[in-house]
Write a protein that binds this ligand. Sequence first.
Ligand SMILES: [Zn+2]
Length: 444
Amino acid sequence: MKKIERRAILCMLLAAFLLVGTGIFCYRFVRDGRTWAVAYRNQHIYKNGHIRVGKIYDRNDELLVDNGGGKKGSPKYIDDEQIRMAVVHAVGDAQGNVASGAVTVFKDKLIGYNLITGTYDPNGSGNEIKLTIDSDISKVALDALGSKNGLVGVYNYKTGEIICMVSTPTFDPKDPPDPGKAESGTFMNKFLDGRYAPGSIFKLVTTAAAIETLSKQEIEEFEYYCSGSRELNDNTIRCSYAHGTVDFDGALSNSCNCAFSELAERIGSKALKKKIEDCGLTTIYDIDGMTNVAGTFEVPDDAVSLAWTGIGQWKDMINPCSMLVYMGAIAGDGTSVRPRILYSNFGSPKSTDRMIEEETARKLRQMMKNNVVSEYGESRFPGLDIYAKTGTAEVEGHEPTAWFAGFIDNPDAPYAFIVGIEEGGNGIDAAAPVANTVLQALVD
Ligand SMILES: [Zn+2]
């Protein structure tokens, strides 16, 4: 009798183990099934470690890459070489050198995994995804950058769609360079993954902080006499030339470093730091699964570092994508729209938190328009209702990074833009013409 009892207990224990084991498997299957299914050892969806299913289109249904469409399951890219090179940082490459490309980020979507059928697909060709990118505009941007290294970012500030994110130096995914021999930065999506000294485009943040920290009267009565330099403790703040007497608008349109050092002092480090965060410059956006890197800033109390921080130098490092989203907030009512990259996934635009007050956005628009009219010259941007700020950021040991950032006011083309050119020199001469070329193509 005892023997039977012992056996019964043993059976019960075994059954219990089986039950628990099955439970654990089911839990892990649901939790990790996607990871197992899309693992690189599954040879029907990979070839030599590269995804061989799925197609990626641009917003105009141009087939940018058919992952398994080439010889023996290799990727088949769009025929136009310039387009391949313009969109490779957005699309990604078979070797996975571009870490943030759609091929890598949207692997699951391209494979088409689901819990019931796994990666089984009757056609064996995977899924199609459509990006918000315009490949023709990207080609125009690449051409406009020419031999210069840098980036062009454009997004629709009403819908959040990223239209263009082009980085140079670039490469042809059809004939990729040896990673060990490629020029530095070749595989980097500089719009999403780059961090740069902003120079004077950062004054758009300092200006917002000033408007919201100082009294209305202080702004209206602000006047600064610029002799070309300002001694601050043991440091000299310099302007490109003596601007003479500037008011608040003139400080921005002349991009007067000396006046901005005074403004930064009046704003104080605490308020400036908060405005940097409010404006999203330290934000990482979830762009349908892609991400940007956060900008980095130190906003110290001491007068000299604070002055240079307000001017957009010292330890200020912006990410172009988050700066672009801030341009959207100025174009709008002080909130912006979160960036999107998946066209097929396009729902209603998702707003950011409030970055600046509505009144501040209105004042900044007026000042950015004044920059164009009084300093840059509207004739540089024929037919465009453009609002902008230039930047010429000092980089130790290099020529300055040239910047041009802003937006156009056009109900049919609500685009914000950012152009950065490494070793480009002057913002208005190097970066503004690139922005104009791309924007002209967009409104055409
Ligand atoms: Zn000045």
